[in-house]
Design a binder for this molecule. Structure first.
Ligand code: NAP
Ligand code: ZN
Ligand code: ZN
Length: 348
C-alpha cells in the first residue's frame, strides 16, 4: 500500500501537524497521483473546527488537488504516468441514482464520498490533499491542461467549479447585472467567471481595501456592503446574486437588491443559519436557493474552458508548515485570493 505523509488535525480545533498513513493499493480503475499543489478552502477550516457537526479525526483536509500521475491500474483509459491530474471534493458516489446518472454526483441520493472526512466503499477513511499522494478512481480524476500554471489551477477544483456551476445553471450572460458577495477564494472566481460570461459584475465586500483588486479581477463596480446608502442605490436591480460569505451576515439586505423574478444562490455554509424575511421573496417573486460544488463532467468542462480562456485563481503559495497561520488569516478575510500549499515543502 502506498505510504503517505500529510498534515492532519488529530482532534477538533487542533492545529495541523505531520501525520503518516497509507493509501489503498491502486485497483484496476485507479490512478495514483503524486500531489504537487493543494488549495486551502474555507470548508477545510469549518470542518477542522467541527462547525458543521461531528467530523472524523484524524482529518487530513484538502480538496483542490493537482499533481502528476505516477501509476495507473490495468483498466484505466484516460490517464498514463506523467500526465497532470486533478482531484476535487469527491472521490466516489453510488453511480446508479438519478443524480449520478445525470452527471450530478454531488447530489447523489446516497451521498457522495468526500475526498476527506468520508468513508471509502471498503469502510476505510478518506484523507485529503494536504499530503504527498492520493489514489483515486479515474472516474473522479480530472484532466489538467499543461497550458496553465498548475498551482493556480488547483483552486479551480473547488472554488472554481462551485461558482461556475450556479452561474451556468442560472444562465448568467451578457446584458445581465450580477452580484458576487465576498471576495475570497470562491468570490474571486465568481467575479472572473461572471465577467468572462459577459455580465455586468458588482462585487459586495466588507473589505474596502479589496476594491482595486476586485476591478482588476473583472468587477465593474464595488459596493461596501456595510454602507447602507451604497446598498440602497442597487435596490431591485440584480438579475442574480451569488453569495459566497463564510460567516453569518444579513441575507435580507442582499435579497432586497434582486429584481422581480430574479434569484439569489447561497454558497457559503456559516456555522449558524441565516434568518429569512419571507416578504422579501413574496413581494418580488424572488427565488432563494443553494448550490453544491459541481458534477465531474461539468468540472472537466470548466477546466477546459479555463485552459481555453487563460483563467486561473490568484494565489498566495505557502509551505505546508504555514497552514495554521493561513487558517488564522482566512478567518480575518485576509486572503488574496486563495492559499495554495506547495507540497514540495512537505519533507519527511
Ligand atoms: P474565504 O476565502 O474565506 O472567503 C470568504 C469571504 O467572505 C471573505 O474573504 C470575506 O470577503 C467574506 N466575509 C467573511 N466574513 C464576513 C462577514 N462577517 N460578513 C460579510 N462578509 C464576510 O472562503 P471560501 O473558501 O471562498 O468559502 C466561502 C464559503 O463557501 C465557506 O463557508 C465555504 O465553506 C463555502 N463553500 C461552499 C461550497 C459549496 O459547494 N456550496 C464549496 C466550497 C466552499 P470580503 O473581505 O470581500 O468581505
Ligand atoms: Zn472547497
Ligand atoms: Zn448516486
Amino acid at each position: 500500500m502506498p505510504a503517505s505523509l500529510g498534515y492532519a488535525a488529530l482532534s477538533p480545533k487542533a492545529p495541523l501537524g505531520p501525520f503518516r498513513f497509507e493509501r489503498r493499493e491502486p485497483g484496476p480503475h485507479d490512478v495514483q497521483i503524486e500531489i504537487h499543489y493543494c488549495g486551502v478552502c474555507h470548508s477545510d477550516l469549518h470542518q477542522v473546527n467541527e462547525e458543521w457537526g461531528t467530523a472524523t479525526f484524524p482529518m487530513v483536509p484538502g480538496h483542490e488537488i493537482v499533481g502528476r500521475v505516477v501509476k495507473v491500474g490495468a483498466h484505466v483509459k484516460g490517464f498514463k504516468p506523467g500526465d497532470l491530474a486533478g482531484v476535487g471534493c469527491m472521490v466516489d458516489s453510488c453511480r446508479s441514482c438519478p443524480s449520478c446518472g445525470e452527471g450530478l454526483e454531488q447530489y447523489c441520493d446516497k451521498g457522495f464520498v468526500g475526498t476527506y472526512g468520508s468513508k471509502q466503499k471498503d469502510g476505510t477513511p478518506t484523507y485529503g490533499g494536504y499530503s504527498n499522494n492520493i489514489v483515486v478512481d479515474e472516474a473522479f480524476t480530472l484532466r489538467i491542461s499543461p497550458k496553465l500554471n498548475p498551482a493556480a489551477v488547483a483552486p479551480l477544483l473547488c472554488a472554481g467549479i462551485t461558482t461556475w456551476s450556479p452561474l451556468r445553471h442560472w444562465k448568467v450572460s451578457k446584458g445581465q447585472k450580477i452580484g458576487i458577495v465576498g471576495l475570497g477564494g470562491l468570490g474571486h472566481m465568481g467575479v472572473k467567471f461572471a465577467h468572462s460570461f459577459g455580465a455586468r459584475v458588482v462585487l459586495f465586500t466588507t473589505s474596502q481595501a479589496k476594491a482595486e483588486d476586485a476591478r482588476r479581477l473583472g468587477a465593474d463596480e464595488v459596493v461596501v456592503s456595510r454602507n447602507k446608502d451604497e446598498m440602497k442605490k442597487h435596490a431591485r436591480s440584480f438579475d442574480f446574486i451569488l453569495d459566497t460569505v463564510s460567516a453569518p451576515h444579513d441575507i435580507n439586505a442582499l435579497l432586497g437588491l434582486v429584481k422581480r423574478d430574479g434569484a439569489m444562490t447561497l454558497l457559503g455554509v456559516p456555522p449558524a443559519d441565516p434568518s429569512l424575511k419571507v416578504g422579501n421573496l413574496i413581494f418580488a417573486r424572488r427565488q432563494l436557493g443553494g448550490s453544491l460544488i459541481g458534477g465531474i463532467r461539468e468540472t472537466q468542462e470548466m477546466l477546459d474552458y479555463c485552459a481555453e480562456h487563460g483563467i486561473v485563481s490568484d494565489i498566495e503559495m505557502i509551505p505546508m508548515h504555514k497552514i495554521n497561520e493561513a487558517y488564522e488569516r482566512m478567518l480575518k478575510s485576509d486572503v488574496k485570493y486563495r492559499f495554495v500549499i506547495d507540497l514540495a515543502t512537505l519533507k519527511p
